[in-house]
Design a protein around this ligand. Structure first.
Ligand code: HEM
Ligand SMILES: *[C@@H]1O[C@H](CO)[C@@H](O)[C@H](O)[C@H]1NC(C)=O
Ligand SMILES: *[C@@H]1O[C@H](CO)[C@@H](O)[C@H](O)[C@H]1NC(C)=O
Length: 485
């Protein structure tokens, strides 16, 4: 039964869709539409998807896309994820797509993402409901909360992770970065504490969950997608239990400073909606910023000059803080981390944590002479712009200094957080996490790769070997610099 359903879903349906696509392609050609150029090659039912998603170094756009861009130009047509698709490596078109969200284009992720993140997830919602969820997230990460609440939390979680590092024996920096961002989000979303069994269990469950988001949506026993759906329900059980405790003990409890408390008190969301909101924030806020951090650790390890300059910047900040007799980072300290912001931008430009986003076309439009038909998918590929030598000099070199004298071109074409009405809601938090982590990292340790490694995109970015590093304390007594209390 099950299997037959799946067969229909995963073989027959795509073949029918592909047939439909080719018939339409002929029709579109007849209508004398000037479609962007592109190949109709690839297996009919998955099109170019496999070649497109073939793992490639994160600091490149991959052979497949390079070949397509050089053959067809920066706007080309393809058949991806079983649908006719326009791929854009064109900075202006990318901006046009993001700015016209809800009017000409609309967010449209593959079914598997919706299945796992839930139908109320922010990545899936459009229109009014998206706006409402977005408002809640933005409120939660407002500037006021960043200063008063999130900065000390970020600092506390940074120190917790850095203090646990063994000296001169290898460990996975990627894993540690994930622990850091996961614990931070779990704490701020639902007041779960790091190192407690419950939090650790949720974190492990979450790793299975993640594997499903990037898998094919084949729902029968044993597949990553099936396992992920099980993980989803286990994770939801934990969140739900938290939620019920809150509702039950409403009277006795102090109002908790977390998102769960906020959503219960200040929104009209249903229980199901709150669950998906929390889960999707955990997802959006955890994988991305941890990968960005791992990439920074990787790029910096190969750029001693940048580390030296970072150390000077953070050493100065630490010194002035000491003179004031303060032990904790203040918002003013954070504002002084200027070169650090260059390092962060350069890490995101070269590493491209989120390489492209998924959109569909809501109505026929023309762009640079091309017809872009309603109903097609369209993928703005930010990575292709970030690595374009027409936009950035020597795009494959890690050069944080390029951000010391920015031009409008370098900032307008820089879209690591997307843009328009769906601009990343957590970009300020992500920057804060990275800056504070780098502050304590460069002041506490010297680090080197324990084994060579490289980040690959497929399309999620991941280090092949988990980025094994060895660290050496810069001080006799590490606790004195790793922020003694
Ligand atoms: C360096 C780290 C990060 C990067 C590169 C990044 C990138 C992005 C991008 C490109 C989008 C747009 C997706 C689309 O348009 O379809 C997005 C959306 C989003 N991000 Fe981030 N993100 C990062 C960190 C975070 C963090 C720490 C949070 C905190 C919870 C967060 C929460 C969100 C949310 C809620 C959305 C959905 C916004 C909406 O649909 O209105 N992100 N992010
Ligand atoms: C919740 O619903 C009530 C009644 O429908 C409305 O008056 C109120 O403004 C809503 N609150 C929010 C935060 O949407
Ligand atoms: C980093 O990029 C942002 C755009 O996301 C830009 O506004 C900012 O000025 C850049 N920072 C530096 C130091 O160049």
């Amino acid at each position: 039964m099950f299997i037959i359903q799946e067969l229909i879903h995963f073989y027959l349906l795509p073949i029918l869709m592909a047939l439909f696509f080719y018939i339409n392609l002929i029709k579109w050609k007849r209508k004398r539409l000037n479609l962007p150029p592109g190949s109709a090659a690839g297996w009919p039912f998955v099109g170019d998807t496999f070649s497109y998603l073939k793992p490639h170094p994160a600091t490149t756009i991959g052979q497949f896309m390079e070949q397509h861009v050089s053959r067809y130009g920066k706007i080309y047509r393809s058949n991806l994820f079983g649908e006719p698709t326009i791929v854009s490596a064109d900075a202006e078109l990318n901006r046009f797509i993001l700015q016209n969200e809800g009017k000409v284009f609309e967010c449209s992720y593959p079914k598997s993402i919706g299945g796992i993140l839930g139908k109320w997830s922010m990545l899936v919602l459009v229109g009014e409901m998206h706006r409402e969820m977005r408002m809640i997230s933005l409120n939660f990460m407002s500037n006021v909360r960043l200063r008063s609440h999130l900065l000390p939390e970020v600092e506390r979680h940074t120190l917790l992770v850095l203090r646990s590092w063994p000296e001169s024996s290898p460990f996975s920096a990627q894993e540690e970065a994930k622990k850091f961002t996961f614990n931070l989000m779990a704490k701020n979303i639902m007041s779960m504490n790091p190192n407690e069994a419950e939090t650790e269990k949720l974190r492990l469950e979450y790793i299975t969950f993640m594997k499903g988001v990037i898998s094919a949506p084949l729902n029968f026993p044993g597949t990553p997608y099936w396992k992920a759906l099980k993980s989803r329900s286990n994770i939801l059980k934990v969140i739900e239990q938290k939620m019920e405790e809150r509702i039950r003990d409403k009277e006795e409890r102090e109002e908790e400073e977390d998102l769960l408390g906020w959503a219960l008190q200040h929104s009209n969301l249903s229980k199901e909606q709150i669950l998906d909101l929390l889960l999707s924030l955990l997802f959006a806020g955890h994988e991305t910023s941890s990968m960005a951090l791992a990439l920074a650790i990787f790029f910096l390890q190969a750029s001693p000059e940048a580390v030296r300059q970072l150390r000077a910047e953070h050493g100065g900040i630490a010194q002035r803080r000491k003179e004031r007799g303060e032990t904790r980072l203040s918002w003013e300290d954070y504002r002084q981390m200027e070169f650090t912001q260059c390092v962060i931008n350069e890490t995101l430009r070269l590493g491209n944590v989120v390489r492209f986003v998924h959109r569909k076309v809501l109505r026929d439009v023309q762009y640079k002479g091309y017809d872009i038909p309603c109903g097609w998918k369209i993928l703005p590929v930010f990575a292709a712009v970030h690595l374009d030598s027409a936009v950035y000099d020597q795009p494959h070199t890690f050069d944080p200094w390029r951000w010391q004298s920015t031009t409008t071109a370098s900032t307008n074409n820089f879209m690591p957080y997307g843009g328009g009405p769906r601009l990343c809601a957590g970009s300020e938090l992500a920057k804060l996490e990275m800056a504070v982590f780098l502050h304590y990292l460069v002041l506490s340790y010297r680090w080197e790769l324990a084994e060579s490694d490289e980040a690959f995109a497929s399309p999620f970015v991941e280090f092949r070997r988990g980025l094994p590093i060895k660290v050496y304390s810069l001080h006799q007594d590490p606790s004195s610099e790793v922020g003694g209390d």
